[in-house]
Design a protein around this ligand. Sequence first.
Ligand SMILES: [Zn+2]
Length: 340
Amino acid sequence: MTKYTLPPMRPELVVCPNSACGASDRIGVHSHKERRYICHTCHGTFAETTGTMLYGLKHPIWLVLLVLTLLAYGCPMPAIVATFNMDERTVADWQLKAGRHAKTVQEQVVCQGQLDVGQVQADELYTKTQAGSVWIASAMTVFSRLWLWGAIGWQRDERLIAPVIEHVRAAARPAQPILFAVDGFKAYVSCILKVFREPLYTGKRGRPPLVVWEDLHIVQVVKQRGGRRLLSISRRLAHGSLARAEAIMQATQIEVGRINTAYIERLNATLRTSLPALVRRTRTPSGARDRLEAALFWTGCVYNFCHVHTTLAGTPAMAADLTDHVWSIDELIRFRCQRE
Ligand SMILES: [Zn+2]
């Protein structure tokens, strides 16, 4: 078996955890042996894990990174427990921490109102877990393949998709042309039209009226199935103009065809294979929900920042201009989120 070596220390990725300082440059290595950094601004030294989710974990970092990589790609929990002779609760705890961190990264890096989202595809998948069947809603932008947000619920209703649509809005540069390709689920249309509104300043007194974004279009792609066979696909313009919808589609995807939801269906198929296997036997539905959510955000965030897409020649985050390089799992874990 290959001997694992610790990843190199990378002071250029580190921010000083001293809250009175917070310097991001002039950080050096204080000790390779003890794996401590030094801040040349405030002259403090600190452990490499201080201020990250790795802080206080009783296991070596290489093991944590290995386990989190396996979890992101859907390795079943029992396989990890057996391979590394670990307590299942420890693995579940790391997964929960990584998921929370990933959710904050999505919030603070992706959902900052700077993305040219262009075409957004949203869809839900239904899957069985040990605590019952759940719906998982997701949205992505087609051009960069960036996974924007996801949510988990026991029912397929507006409460399931509302947080997803709200985060698409949070990510999108305001008032850009935008096409939504969604399935036939009615709640999408009302939810999108409620969320994508801007105040219209008329110069009159009082609160300005809210109007839907001008260049916003929604196409519902409805599939008729007979058993497992796909009988037909129909497309319905639910809002906006079909000509504009077609134009946005052609500008945002390489394989041009009819408006469809193929990209999100492919991503959902990937998520489906990764998620339920990760969910540890939990006694309460809310516990199962939290774990699934952690698994979803961890998988989605690794997919965005660490996973090189062959057709993009980079990661979705690179294609979306959020970063200029492929992040390692180590870099993703160490990314220092701003405290809320
Ligand atoms: Zn400092």
